[in-house]
Design a protein around this ligand. Structure first.
Ligand code: CA
Length: 192
């Protein structure tokens, strides 16, 4: 039994039915959404393993959905769109989509890409579990301060932040702004 959960976001009824019928034949669980707003609600409540996303939706653009979901989730997102320009693919992938299929695409190819996304998601979860276990072991056996006297936790967070910054420079910039702003305020405010 294949119990992975798939969220199908597609406003075209014929395409939606084709996708859901295909998913049924493979015993996937699925929910559907016809609008972007519904997709965001389902992404939270249904907690899918993979989202299949059309870009042209009646209430919002699929790119905006990718950006919103990426704010809180790393779930694989496969775009299925009629837009075939390189620019559209690049924008979707840069926004955080994991894969991009151009309509019309074969059902077999969709299922193959879906399996890849699920495999990667499972591997990612497994790796994270191992890393967490290693970290707990590491923290439990070693002195909390390194040779320079700096707390290990602080150093590790620095490392994570650097990694995030490298991956998503635009977000790091937004986060860096309040710090600069606070510094400017301190310089300008009278000390007494
Ligand atoms: Ca559409």
């Amino acid at each position: 039994m294949n119990k992975a959960k798939i969220l199908v976001v597609e406003d075209d009824k014929a395409v939606r039915n084709l996708i859901t019928t295909t998913l049924e034949t493979q015993n996937y669980q699925y929910h559907t959404a016809e609008k972007g707003s519904e997709a965001l609600l389902e992404a939270v409540s249904f907690q899918p393993d993979v989202m299949l996303l059309d870009l042209g939706l009646p209430d919002m653009d699929g790119i905006a959905i990718i950006e919103k979901v990426r704010g809180w989730s790393g779930m694989p997102i496969i775009v299925i769109s009629a837009r075939s320009e390189d620019r559209d693919k690049i924008d979707a992938l840069d926004a955080g989509a994991d894969d991009y299929l151009t309509k019309p695409c074969s059902v077999d190819e969709l299922l193959a890409r879906l399996r890849v996304a699920l495999r990667r998601a499972r591997q990612g979860r497994g790796t994270n579990r191992i890393r967490r276990a290693e970290r707990r072991q590491h923290e439990g056996t070693e002195h909390p301060h390194d040779a320079g006297g700096q707390p290990r936790r602080a150093r590790r967070q620095d490392g994570r932040e650097q990694a995030q910054r490298a991956r998503r420079p635009e977000r790091a910039q937004i986060r860096a702004q309040p710090v600069v702003f606070a510094g400017a305020l301190r310089r300008r405010l009278p000390l007494q």
